[in-house]
Design a protein around this ligand. Structure first.
Ligand code: RIB
Ligand code: CA
Length: 317
């Protein structure tokens, strides 16, 4: 089996943590590094979370590099209501035995990508601050990346940040604009598809029933998603929780889960009511060529079956 070499830039964050677990559970993926960026929690807490989740999954060999603490222009807006003060909901993991690299995430991304041109898939599931700075610092990475899968944006979905924004883009719309126009081979995974991938209590019961009940991984998923499900119910009256970042990670090895369209996409960086909105030229009115592919449909049931099966396998490993 050809394994995909993956770098994950993330802000763990409950669904980022589930994306890390999915990467570790999937033989199709060789996770070669994780970088953190301020978003759902303070970047120091996210780095600890990334190290702790990798340790939980038996993947302490995967290096972690800490990145930017806040956006290029905007201050950090942590999502403690969504992911909890720690960033992992009700889950409590032991302090990690490993340390992050001394190297900054931006430098780690550049060095790793340039050392293996055309071989690495970059998955980004947090604000795009690190990726934007990497592109600005070393434009050659644009053509070194094999694929760039980004969880972000909302088009025919109302968004999750005021008034039309999606959190990752909303935290740093200036970085998103740099990345979207960089020439990176982007597949964008917006809320339009991720909010159809809802992890429900029934999915947790399936994992608990079929996996080793004493597995700390089962306990972690239960405690993290219990917080996340409660947030989705109270804030958005949704049954279940959108595991946005896990879907992005799944596209590394099952790209046919989604249907994509080549589109020209831009980001609103002004301070009006549409601040941070992602805008697609669906009717090709601008005459501008597409700058990415956008996932607009998803086989959500197949993805949820895949995710649950991989979590059971990881817990039993
Ligand atoms: O809007 C959802 C995205 O914002 C997810 O990546 C979540 O983890 C937060 O980073
Ligand atoms: Ca995230």
């Amino acid at each position: 089996m050809e394994r995909s070499r993956v770098l994950l830039d993330c802000d763990p964050g409950i669904d980022d943590a589930l994306a890390i677990l999915l990467a570790c559970a999937s033989p199709e993926i060789d996770l070669i590094g994780v970088t953190t960026v301020g978003g759902n929690a303070l970047v120091e807490h996210e780095t600890r979370n990334a190290l702790a989740v990798l340790e939980l999954a038996g993947a302490t060999h995967v290096p972690v590099a800490q990145g930017c603490a806040r956006g290029l222009i905007k201050d950090l807006t942590p999502a403690a209501d969504t992911h909890g003060p720690s960033g992992l909901g009700y889950a409590e993991l032991p302090a990690p035995r490993t340390q992050p690299l001394a190297q900054h995430a931006v430098d780690f991304l550049i060095a790793t990508l340039l050392a293996a041109p055309g071989e690495i898939t970059l998955v980004a599931t947090g604000p795009l601050t690190n990726v934007a700075l990497a592109v600005r610092r070393e434009p050659r990475i644009v053509h070194a990346v094999q694929r760039c899968i980004i969880m972000g944006g909302a088009f025919r979905h109302e968004g999750n940040m005021p008034l039309r924004g999606e959190y990752n883009v909303w935290c740093d719309p200036h970085a998103a604009r740099i990345v979207f126009h960089s020439g990176l081979p982007i597949t964008l995974v917006p809320l339009d598809v991720t909010y159809r991938c809802l992890f429900r209590e029934a999915d947790m019961q399936r994992i608990a029933a079929q996996a080793n009940a004493r597995s700390p991984i089962v306990r972690f998923i239960a405690d993290a998603t219990r917080f996340y499900i409660a947030y989705h119910k109270s804030a958005q009256n949704i049954e279940g929780c959108a595991i946005n970042d896990a879907l992005a990670m799944a596209l590394v090895f099952t790209p046919d889960l989604v249907t994509t369209e080549a589109l020209y996409v831009d980001v609103e960086t002004g301070d009006g009511p549409a601040h941070a909105a992602t805008c697609a030229d669906f009717w090709r009115l601008t005459g501008r060529p597409p700058n990415m592919r956008v996932a607009l449909d998803v086989d959500a049931e197949r993805f949820m079956r895949l995710f649950v099966a991989r979590m059971i396998a990881l817990a039993d490993a």
